[in-house]
Design a protein around this ligand. Structure first.
Ligand code: PLP
Length: 394
């Protein structure tokens, strides 16, 4: 029998995809350069040169059968060794190659991790605003998503988190730099979060896992630094993806790293492997596992994103918009002038601007602009943003 919940999920496109499709049609109708499409987080800088070089080397070095053949279910052992070494050397994160599981990007990393630690009757606390697919992943694991309001400037509200984490909480999801706000949690916020969760674990007598969703880890501007949860909290499951840092979203490659300091780390990892197996996520794409092995640690060219970030933030603020202060990722959160974000997004379409209302992100009243676009798109969009803003005074 067709499963009604799956059918509904398949029929209902996400707001982001709806807008993207609308944009495609408008571009056909009026021309691509007339539509200011800030809907999708698709990297706009090409993959670093090292990626192409790695692919060429692999084609020459490896015999085609092993290059395109199955790796072990959890991923190639050599690649996992490189990733573990890099995580230790670059971030001081405790890491063990035998606790790494290669995946098809962060989406797979998250859904596998959630299935490994949460089920019927459990709750998963999520700091708002958040990537809307978290709700799908949490609910399909059988658990309940609990939204935790954010603090000033979209930072951590420790008291709100304290109230939200209960005996039923199996995990907390953190995403820094954040989609949709671009805000990077400060090292002291990560430490405070770790201290709070440690207290909760001691009080409840069971682990509260911290699932750290890190696809934007390398996209931080202005020399700012972030702490990684795995540095300070033992029960951390790191979910990583090469989609954004290496501009490879279509290649579907990432990993899960279970902290060796987690309690019963071996069993936790076994549950990750089991969830990967049950969900059919075994043996991530082989060629791109090897590419990841050669390019792990290659940093993206952030200059273009950084220029876009400054142009858009300063341009919108100068017009009168209120915006968040993004230090990372490639998103800007903008307040709807009258507080109604879905209406703001609809009205923006009249000016050929596509922006995503924050409601699905758990951030009502705000809208997300993905500024991973050509610089000209921003320059040409600013007069349209001005006309849009002024339309609220009419
Ligand atoms: N997590 C966050 C916060 C994201 O923004 C995205 C994609 O935009 C994902 C997870 C999924 O990433 P991937 O394409 O690697 O599956």
């Amino acid at each position: 029998m067709i499963q009604q919940d799956m059918m509904q999920l398949g029929k209902r496109r996400s707001t982001i995809r709806e807008l993207f499709e609308f944009g495609r049609q408008r571009k056909e109708a009026v021309g691509a350069d007339k539509v200011f499409d800030f809907s999708l987080g698709n990297p706009s800088v090409p993959a670093p040169q090292a990626v192409e070089q790695a692919i060429r080397e692999l084609l020459e070095e490896k015999d085609p059968v092993s290059l395109h053949g199955y790796t072990s279910a959890q991923g190639d052992a050599g690649v996992r060794r490189i990733i573990a070494e890099n995580l230790k050397a670059r971030y001081g994160v405790p890491c063990d190659p035998d606790l790494i599981y290669m995946t098809c990007g962060a989406a797979a990393s998250l859904t596998i991790s959630l299935h490994a630690v949460a089920g019927e009757g459990d709750e998963v606390a999520v700091l708002t605003p958040y990537f809307p697919e978290y709700r799908v992943f949490v609910e399909k694991a059988g658990a309940k998503l609990v939204e935790v309001p954010c603090g000033a400037g979209f930072g951590l509200d420790l008291e709100a988190l304290d109230r939200a984490v209960t005996e039923k909480t199996a995990a907390v999801i953190v995403n820094s730099p954040n989609n949709p706000t671009g805000v990077v949690l400060k090292p002291e916020e990560i430490s405070a979060l770790a201290a709070l969760l440690s207290e909760k674990e001691a009080a409840f007598g069971h682990p509260v896992y911290l699932i750290s969703d890190e696809p934007y880890r390398e996209l931080i501007y202005g020399g700012k630094r972030t702490a990684l949860p795995a540095q300070v909290y033992p029960d951390t499951i790191t979910c990583y993806s090469y989609s954004k840092a290496l501009s490879l979203p279509g290649e579907r490659i990432g990993y899960i790293a279970v902290s060796p300091k987690a309690r019963d780390a071996g069993d936790l990892y076994a549950a990750v492997c089991g969830a990967g197996r049950a969900l059919g996520f075994v043996c991530a794409p082989a060629l791109f596992q090897y590419v990841a092995g050669k390019c792990d640690g290659v940093l993206p060219d952030l200059a273009a994103y950084d220029e876009n970030r400054r142009l858009l933030t300063e341009g919108l603020r100068e017009i009168g918009y209120e915006t968040a202060s993004p230090d990372g990722a490639f998103y800007l959160f903008v307040k709807a002038p009258d507080g109604n974000a879905p209406a703001f997004s609809e009205r923006a379409k009249k000016y050929e601007i596509l922006l995503v209302p924050g409601d699905d992100f758990g951030g009502p009243g705000w809208a997300r602009l993905a500024y991973c676009v050509k610089k000209e798109t921003i320059v040409n969009a600013l007069p349209a943003f001005r006309a849009l803003y002024e339309s609220y005074g009419e």
